[in-house]
Write a protein that binds this ligand. Sequence first.
Ligand code: SF4
Length: 573
Amino acid sequence: MLKVCNVNCSTGLITINGLSHDLKDFGGRGLIAKIMNTKVDPKCEPLGAENKLIIAGTLLSGTGVPTCNRLSVGGKSPLTETIKESNVGGVAGGMLADHGIRTLIIEDLPKETAWKILRIKANGEVILENGDDVAGNNTYKAVELLKERYGSKIGIMVIGMAGERGYKNSSIQVNDVIIGNPSRAAARGGMGAVMGSKKLKAIVIEPALKKSKPVYKDEVAFEEARRDFIKVLKEYPLTGKEGLQKKGTSIFIDFTGSFGILPVNNFSGKKFERLKEIDSNSFVEAVNRNNGKIGIPCQPGCTIRCSNIYNDKDGNMISSGIEYETIALIGPNCGISDWDTIAKFDHICDDLGVDTMETGASIGVAMDAGKIPWGDKEAALGLVMEMVNGTDFGRIMGAGTKAVGEALKAKRVPTVKGQALAAYDPRNLKGTAVSMCTSAMGADHTTGPTGGAPVDPTKKEGQIELSKERQKGFAFCDNSMCLYAWVVMQKPDNMSIPARLLTAYYGDEWTPERMLRVGAETISLEWDFNKRAGFSSKDDRMPDFFYTEKSEVTGAVFDFSEDELQAVKRLDT
Ligand code: SF4
């Protein structure tokens, strides 16, 4: 039985039930969309009693299919006030699946002021324990204390001081598989603050004494499909040995930096002249120089292995899991091309428990508004430390890029629905930009990326249809697997593989069309939630400067009208 565990923070009541029939086609993001639409008032206060924090495993979690033990973390976002799903790797997803738990729903607010730890014990019992001794710490120290108390093999989801203080850019950090650091982040949309509002410092998952084994309808067929899944991942250039495994997601810098897609100086539209200092070769060299590592998994069994460990000159780790979005937004977007600074930034953000993307974009806005100079590494890290120290400006930073823009009266604030843009210039990757405009979540990069599609990314032609297809596909991806696996599985020749996995697992027939219908239903539910929360087509818009300022690289502007963008929402499945 796949379990749904409800935790009421007000009464302390914890109940475990089977996953209901109406939820059986959904995992991760889809489960969040279904539950939010039926159980949460869209107009609720994100940090109030009515909001829920939902943590959901994928349709294939616990099956040993690589990358499928990701977790979706969702609720109503304090940053955007929209529905939110934030996706994270690390060990927690697989460990929850070992307990047979598909979904955790944390609800209501506690009456007491004490911090709590939600503990899933080795025998499957779920209890709330006092966490006051762990609270007041950032995530690395908290993980150390939790391991002392519960043992070194636990899975952990934890908030730092940012989540405790209710920062709207706060994340929930998850420990990774190789060193066990809280380096994996459910970063976007302030889910850390939602967890903090419920006075939940951490969720601790002890290794299950008796692992819950998936019950396959056809185990032989499942194993065959699983082998095919791994085979095509290994054969595909990006997900095979020579791709992400060799260079991490820094590989995307080479592409975006060459085509005017990489954001430079707060999305100025300029070309980054020092690309060689920040490209993937330079990343590999910087990691290897101090005996760091590239090509490591964030969770057990991942064959793509896009993660990394970055050391200082003495061989001590500065950070791990440094990703493209972080590199781009604190790097060229702030005029910075120094790997040590980027690694330090990444670590401080992970430790405090904030979104590196929102923070990098906020610093770009602060530089553009003249608060600190372009490219000033120390000043950039100084602003992050203001968040750590909870200064007045640090708290504004913690409220996100839009708040920073308002405080500094900035003219160029790259946000959609209050969330900072991912690291893709909308003028030169228009399909992804259409997705970022129309996504229910604000400017999320994972909702419908279109890079590599056979259309001119600087032209309007074909982008609406492309975004629509990608949004459906990537919504299904967030029900089932990591997006890097989906990049391969979405190809027409490969889509039958996840369909075969699901058919062999659950017994009823899955087809690529059914997978896309699940994706379409997921995003329709999200749009519906937002509509009832008060959002309209007026909110599906890029900031004005993208419509008026030309990209210096291509001469393009973002040029979609409100009506054109709304065509994305006419789904035909
Ligand atoms: S591809 Fe990267 S992010 Fe995805 S599961 Fe594997 S290591 Fe984690």
